[in-house]
Design a protein around this ligand. Structure first.
Ligand code: GRG
Length: 293
């Protein structure tokens, strides 16, 4: 399984490279900062989930590819901003110095902004290139909404606002569902939408992805305690350093692992009820939430 996922990640890596901006012009430095973080590795799980969900519903066109690149750009922008001194103030990410350490805080802020905008620029080319695809508008709405104020940014806002305070289980789940889950939801939903899934199917896919997003974040919390910086390519103990209450610190590692399993089991059960099939997808979900980095 690990080999198969690595192979798919390598293919996605090549695909993403095709969509990166050329490093030229007076503004060259910003392209360098964008590409530096985009090419620093990363598991590419969001584009992979998008592509596999697309395949699950029978999608075969290349229309999915600009959206795969776009979701990874949005994810990468969020990491650049999350690592800034004003937020987590982390110096390493994906095994490399973070963008603000290499390019300065000003350029890192701008590189994050630029990646967010570039994501939409890349995805919007599909309107010209695939005029026959009637689902582009729906896919765009998801691409715009899930990373926004009622999704990823909203989760980050609540996370920052409550830092250092004890959070209720409901607040914690809200933060996780939005901050981490929203992009995973967007990835799988866009895959389903572009393959022609109906509203009911897309909302079941959203539920699957919401569970996986929660499980993914809880596993991230566990790794922040039990792993090491060499394996993760970023500092461990970041949550404790930033006085963050996480599922793993509040309920303990054993309960956190049990929750990851429960959420994943539920997700796979919903997935298997859908009238579409991709045997690789449940295996990918299980692999992701049990990952070691
Ligand atoms: C506009 C200031 C501003 C912020 C934007 C920063 C932010 C909003 C959101 C951050 C959300 C965030 C970083 C959530 C954590 C999600 C998470 C577990 C990320 C790690 O994802 P992986 O493991 O990373 O897929 P790789 O490196 O493999 O891509």
């Amino acid at each position: 399984m690990k080999k198969q996922i690595e192979q798919k990640a390598a293919e996605i890596e090549k695909l993403i490279q095709e969509y990166l901006p050329k490093e030229e012009g007076y503004e060259k430095v910003i392209y360098e900062a964008m590409n530096y973080t985009m090419l620093a590795g990363g598991k590419r799980i969001r584009p992979m989930l998008m592509q596999e969900t697309y395949r699950m519903f029978g999608g075969t066109s290349k229309v999915i590819e600009p959206f795969m690149a776009a979701i990874e750009m949005i994810h990468t922008y969020s990491l650049i901003h999350d690592d800034l001194p004003a937020l987590d103030n982390d110096d390493y990410r994906r095994g490399r110095k973070t963008a603000h350490v290499v390019f300065g805080e000003d350029m890192a802020i701008l590189a994050g902004d630029a990646l967010l905008n570039y994501a939409f620029e890349v995805a919007s080319r599909t309107f010209l290139e695939y005029p026959e695809c009637s689902e582009l508008g729906r896919a765009f709405m998801v691409l715009a909404k899930k990373p926004g104020v009622s999704g990823m940014i909203g989760g980050q806002v609540v996370d920052v606002a409550l830092t250092g305070q004890e959070v209720s289980p409901e607040e914690m789940m809200y933060i996780y569902r939005c901050k981490t889950g929203a992009l995973i939801e967007a990835s799988m939903m866009i895959g389903a939408i572009l393959a022609g899934a109906d509203e009911e199917q897309v909302s079941l896919v959203e539920k699957v992805a919401a569970n996986i997003g929660l499980a993914f974040q809880i596993q991230d919390d566990i790794l922040d305690i039990v792993s090491d910086s060499q394996t993760l390519g970023k500092p461990v103990g970041s949550d404790a350093k930033n006085h963050k209450y996480t599922y793993a610190t509040v309920y303990g590692i054993t309960a956190a692992k049990a929750k990851v399993e429960e959420l994943t089991r539920e997700a796979v059960a919903i997935l298997e009820k859908l009238p579409a099939d991709n045997p690789f997808l449940p295996e990918l979900l299980n692999y992701l939430v049990q990952r070691e980095k």
